[in-house]
Ligand binder design. Structure first.
Ligand code: FE2
Ligand code: FE2
Length: 132
């Protein structure tokens, strides 16, 4: 079952690159969720986890670069949110590869909840600055 579906109404930021990257991010998260909840090989789950986290890091860096370029006033709070998620993901990634944690249904729901909160609250807020 699909974990998260991009719609303009729920996730549209009015910033082209952000919407494009969010769609790719959602695809990667859905693929991980399907593998993890569908009994895929652990190696396959690990590869998809690494791919998703690398993309999240890249996407956050892109947003941060654009916010800095526009001297956006909400930059510090936004970057702190990004770093909090990277910290959680990095911890899971390390534990997964050490055989101490698994990618579970709850992990998928946690990342979905984070996106459900972050995109409307933080990403949508930078639209007027980034489009100026
Ligand atoms: Fe974003
Ligand atoms: Fe963001």
């Amino acid at each position: 079952m699909t974990l998260i579906t991009w719609t303009a109404g729920q996730y549209g930021t009015n910033v082209g690159f952000a919407d494009d990257e969010h769609k790719i991010l959602f695809d990667k998260l859905n693929k991980l969720y399907d593998l993890a909840t569908g009994g895929a090989q652990r190696s396959e789950i690990g590869a998809q986890l690494d791919d998703l986290i690398a993309y999240v890091v890249e996407h956050f860096a892109h947003e941060e670069k654009e916010m800095v370029a526009k001297a956006y006033s909400g930059y510090d709070a936004h970057k702190a949110e990004h770093e909090a998620l990277i910290g959680i993901c990095g911890g899971l990634q390390t534990k997964f590869h050490a055989g101490e944690a698994e990618v579970t249904e709850e992990v998928g729901q946690l990342v979905k909840s984070w996106l459900d909160s972050h995109i409307p609250t933080y990403d949508m807020a930078y639209a007027s600055a980034l489009n100026s």
